[in-house]
Design a protein around this ligand. Structure first.
Ligand SMILES: [Cu+2]
Length: 66
């Protein structure tokens, strides 16, 4: 699947790294692209979008589907 999320409190590269690692730990091989300007995170991964959203939330971020 490919899904887009808005992570409003993703503000720096450390956040991007934390989110990327969390998603890839959950879904090995996931492609994660993040845009700090728009707070948009695009994930291409096996599995479902709701699970990825939950992983980002559990990493400590406010997230909603874009
Ligand atoms: Cu940060």
């Amino acid at each position: 699947m490919k899904a887009e999320f808005i992570v409003s409190d993703m503000t720096c590269n450390h956040c991007v790294q934390t989110i990327t690692r969390a998603v890839q730990a959950h879904s090995p091989g996931a492609e994660v692209r993040a845009d700090l300007g728009t707070h948009r995170v695009t994930v291409e991964a096996a599995g479902d979008a709701a699970a990825v959203e939950a992983v980002i939330r559990e990493a400590g971020y406010e997230v909603r589907a874009a």
